[in-house]
Design a protein around this ligand. Structure first.
Ligand SMILES: NC(=O)c1ccc[n+]([C@@H]2O[C@H](COP(=O)([O-])OP(=O)(O)OC[C@H]3O[C@@H](n4cnc5c(N)ncnc54)[C@H](OP(=O)(O)O)[C@@H]3O)[C@@H](O)[C@H]2O)c1
Length: 265
């Protein structure tokens, strides 16, 4: 496979790093020249990763193309490029629908959407693929779990999960900050938090029949300190606010991903 990337930023860097650290790294990679620094450093690190002169040169030399520019510039960037019918295109641009991408890159016939995450660099996490696509499932399957979905609305809903990562770290940081204020050394607090949260992250796999609230209840001993925090956060509407935030992200993703209708229709 000759794999080309249009847009060489954080996500492209993570995918290339993951691919090149896998045992089977037979995929040759051609990067578009922006971001220059990231493209140059990947080409320096891996012998079969090269940097093209421009975006069109990526298309002209590759059979499989990943679109990895930001949504705000995607229309302008893609409009200036000549795609071939036989290009196999994977859009990583979560907020543009497959139909919209297909219209921008005509006459391409094979368009798939994929949502990998930066942890793919370490071959961890999961990539959502829509619609199911054997070739892409095999490629991303080397870099972590793959979840293939038929329904674009399921793809959009699953995408919302990825909006919660920063808040997860803020949650841990709140605990960390609190511990430091209470005299616990920074490194010790950090080490304790990551060790116990790693163990908690394993709990759903070690008890696969338990739902998340079953696990919550296991920890929320009646009258105990876990029950207290859960009750106080619940009555403080923290979880309702969180769910509302998920709704807001979903509206944003669905609006962006909906096929555009002409002003007259
Ligand atoms: N990062 C994530 O966690 C993540 C996860 C899922 C999906 N995505 C999606 O993946 C896409 C890329 O995200 P990202 O985080 O990798 O963004 P990013 O780090 O900003 O990378 C985008 C790259 O596009 C380059 N670029 C700008 N103009 C260009 C042009 N005309 N032609 C070619 N490349 C151009 C930028 O170069 P300059 O730096 O020189 O401007 C930048 O390196 C986005 O659509 C995003 O929504 C990202």
């Amino acid at each position: 496979m000759k794999l080309g990337f249009i847009g060489t930023g954080a996500l492209t860097s993570a995918i290339v790093t993951g691919l090149k650290s896998a045992a089977d790294n037979s995929v040759s990679v051609l990067l578009s020249p922006r971001n220059q620094e990231i493209a140059a450093s990947l080409a320096l690190l891996y012998p079969d990763v090269r940097v093209a002169a421009d975006n069109q040169a990526v298309l002209d030399s590759c059979d499989t193309i990943m679109l990895a520019v930001r949504p705000q510039i995607a229309r302008d960037v893609l409009a200036g490029l000549q795609f071939r019918r036989d290009h196999y295109v994977v859009s990583l641009i979560a907020t543009l629908s497959r139909e919209e991408i297909a219209a921008l890159i005509a006459p391409v016939e094979q368009v798939t959407k994929a949502l990998p995450m930066p942890m793919i660099a370490h071959r961890q996490g999961a990539t959502i693929i829509c619609p199911p696509d054997r070739r892409m499932a095999a490629l991303f399957g080397r870099l972590g779990k793959v979840i293939e979905v038929e329904d674009p609305s399921a793809f959009d809903a699953l995408s919302v999960v990825t909006a919660t990562f920063a808040s997860y770290f803020k949650y841990l940081d709140t605990i960390h900050g609190w511990l430091k204020e209470h005299g616990v050394a920074d490194a010790r607090a950090h080490d304790y938090i990551i060790t116990v949260y790693k163990a908690l992250a394993n709990a759903p796999e070690t008890t696969p029949d338990a739902g998340f609230m079953d696990l919550a209840q296991d920890y929320a001993t009646r009258g105990g300190i876990n029950e207290q925090v859960l009750r106080e956060l619940t009555t403080g509407n923290v979880f309702d606010a969180f769910a509302e935030s998920l709704d807001g992200v979903h509206r944003r993703i669905s609006a962006g991903a909906a096929p555009r209708t002409s002003p007259r229709s």
